[in-house]
Write a protein that binds this ligand. Structure first.
Ligand code: HEC
Length: 150
């Protein structure tokens, strides 16, 4: 009985690997991509790419574990969901209200540590932002809000 359960579990595991997942990244237009359009300083660029761009841009870099079902389903759902809420690759296509809203929310989520997602940080050391790095990003977003250049 136990052997049968193990056998069929393995068969099921093997079969789900064949469910197709769309991991294609849409091409990025540098004219509307946040870090390029804003000419963000190198440090900010690196922080955003390391900590946010995997889920909030069309430049997602998939880790190895993202290719194994059912983990891959969860990863893809986070990426799709993340892009839907906020996509830095299409930043300049947002209207003023949406930009303001996203900057405000970004500050909040970085402050209260809901972003980058806690589960993601475990596997991405470079996204585990220090207090100083969080402060730097927050300051950058706050300056944008204050000067109304968004
Ligand atoms: C592992 C994927 C992942 C990473 C990395 C990530 N996010 Fe998110 N983000 C999501 C998902 C999924 C949502 C939507 C669901 C939710 O709000 O939890 C979201 C929601 C948000 C929202 C809320 C948008 C809204 O409409 O309320 C903001 C703002 C945000 N993220 C900013 C950031 C910033 C800034 C970073 C980097 C410091 C970041 N995120 C890193 C996955 C991610």
């Amino acid at each position: 009985m136990a052997k049968k359960i193990v056998f069929w579990t393995l068969v099921a595991f093997a079969l789900i690997q064949f469910f197709p997942i769309d991991r294609t990244n849409k091409p990025v237009d540098s004219a509307v991509n946040f870090v390029e359009a804003r000419k963000s300083p190198e440090k900010i660029r690196t922080l955003l790419k390391n900590a946010c761009y995997d889920c909030h841009s069309n430049e997602t870099v998939y880790p190895k574990y993202a290719f194994i079902a059912p983990v891959s389903w969860s990863v893809q759902s986070h990426v799709n969901d993340g892009r839907e809420h906020l996509n830095f690759s299409t930043w300049q296509t947002y209207n003023k209200d949406l930009k303001e809203n996203m900057l405000t929310k970004s500050i909040q989520t970085i402050q209260n540590k809901t972003m980058p997602m806690p589960g993601y940080i475990v596997y991405h050391k470079e996204a585990n932002l220090s207090e100083a790095e969080r402060a730097l990003l927050i300051q950058y977003f706050e300056e944008m809000l204050k000067s109304k250049t968004y």
